[in-house]
Design a protein around this ligand. Structure first.
Ligand code: PXG
Length: 439
């Protein structure tokens, strides 16, 4: 395998990767089981990131593997346009039962990016069907990540992901992010400071007028830009302002959903009821690509009013509710339920919190934050070399048999929810050793 790496590595244009740097010194994974990957050079790598925040039940779980294997031999593909297969209804029903409140309708996609674009389209179409078609503005947040479609990029708040791609969607505005080390450094759980940052939505409403605004989209806990835990009261305030002005509130739970915060969804964790929820990743334990958008009865019912025989929402993907994905999704929900994984993060949280905060005082560590089974460890950046310090830590961790994730100079940890205390000890102990060597 890959005898001549320089030519064999050329064709795959890798996503979100420094291709030339990687291909000069590749890191290859060849198999995985439970908490570990095996690298091409035969080493065990402890997975501190659940793949890319998706393998919540651990790797290569037999039940999920077998369900997918059986389904691929039985029903390789079935359209879900004007026909369907039973598992799609079964999975949608089970998901709707898992999600609290009136979010009872599920639209299937194949990724988080597609879920976000789908939710934004539902929001726009909903207002138009209600005769409120001037509500076209979408409000995101600085440091938000909502995938890489034009919708998600537009409401997203990461300059590097936006600046090369032109003007993006028109009529988008952004709330300020909630990251503030001066007030909140080394907070355990939700910071006490920052609820007032939601009031920026009032100013956006004053600027544009509520009658032009369709929806606000936020990650309840922002994952990709470095684990930004919402300040106490912040999401409640966003909800109240949206209610006041008839603006839909979308929670992007692509990372938060399926137990990452110690409870099935951020909707449960923060007790704030959004109008739409986007998910992906953990919905199939990362085994088969899938996403899902949850809509309330109130939104769904507005669509179900047209003439008989009319297609109510002209949107969908060839692979919406693909049989492999629904099989993986059903088996994943079984594993989550049988092993109590969607609340296991709550059991482990105190141990996890103490473990990650034990890194305080190590060289260059300027903040540590955590919630559920997630932690962000922020390092001071080297002058003129943002991201270089954390990247060095990432490479050294990989060499030491630990998979961590970095964004800029922030390390994000999110192990599979099957983690045992000794895995946490190995991960945090190994990271501490590495941080001591990263100047
Ligand atoms: N919304 C959120 C909140 C996400 O975190 C997406 C949408 C897009 O999902 P897809 O499936 O289209 O990639 C995401 C994806 C990281 C990392 O290292 C995070 C994501 C993807 C890859 C890496 O933080 N989040």
């Amino acid at each position: 395998m890959l005898d001549n790496p320089s030519s064999d590595l050329a064709a795959f244009w890798m996503p979100f990767t420094a291709n030339r740097q990687f291909k000069a010194k590749p890191r290859l994974l060849v198999s995985a089981r439970d908490m570990h990957y095996t690298s091409a050079d035969g080493r065990q790598i402890l997975d501190g990131t659940a793949g890319l925040w998706c393998v919540n039940a651990g790797h290569c779980r037999d039940r999920i593997t077998k369900a997918v294997q059986a389904k691929v031999a039985e029903l390789d593909f079935a359209p879900t346009f004007q026909m369907a297969h039973p598992d799609a209804f079964l999975l949608a029903t089970r998901l709707a039962n898992l999600m609290p409140g009136p979010l009872n309708h599920v639209f299937f996609t194949n990724s988080g990016s597609e879920s976000v674009d789908t939710a934004l389209k539902i929001a726009l179409a909903y207002h138009r069907l209600k005769g409120d078609g001037a509500r076209t503005r979408l409000i995101g947040r600085e440091r938000g990540y909502h995938g890489v479609g034009f919708g998600g990029m537009s409401v997203g708040g990461i300059a590097g992901n936006r600046k090369h791609f032109g003007p993006l969607l028109p009529g988008v505005d952004h709330l300020p992010h909630t990251h503030d080390l001066e007030h909140n450094a080394f907070t355990r759980g939700q910071p006490a400071w920052g609820a007032h940052l939601a009031d920026a939505l009032e100013r956006i409403v004053t600027l544009h007028d509520a009658s032009t605004i369709a929806a606000v989209i936020v990650e309840p806990m922002a994952g990709s830009t470095g684990v930004l835990v919402p300040p106490k009261g912040y999401l409640e305030r966003l909800r109240a302002i949206c209610d006041k002005y008839g603006i839909l509130l979308i929670f992007d739970e692509v990372i938060c959903g399926f137990g990452r915060l110690g409870i099935p969804f951020a909707v449960n964790r923060f007790g704030v009821q959004p109008d739409l929820v986007t998910t992906a990743k953990g919905i199939t334990n990362g085994t088969i690509p899938m996403g899902a958008v949850f809509a309330t009865d109130a939104i769904h019912d507005v669509f179900m009013n047209g003439p008989d025989g009319a297609i109510e929402f002209l949107h969908g993907y060839t692979y919406s509710g693909h049989p492999m994905a629904t099989a993986a999704g059903l088996a994943t929900l079984d594993v989550y339920a049988e092993e109590g994984l969607l609340t296991r993060g709550t059991e482990l949280a105190p141990y996890w919190e103490d473990a990650v905060h034990s890194l305080k005082g190590l060289p260059n560590v300027i903040d540590i934050r955590n919630i559920g089974l997630v932690a962000g460890i922020e390092l001071a950046s080297r002058p003129e070399a943002a991201g270089a310090r954390a990247y060095e830590a990432f490479v050294k961790c990989f060499e030491a048999g630990l998979l961590i994730r970095t964004t800029g100079d922030i390390i994000a940890l999110s192990p599979p929810l099957i983690a045992e205390k000794h895995h946490i000890d190995t991960l945090i102990g190994g990271l501490a050793d590495v941080l001591k060597t990263v100047a």
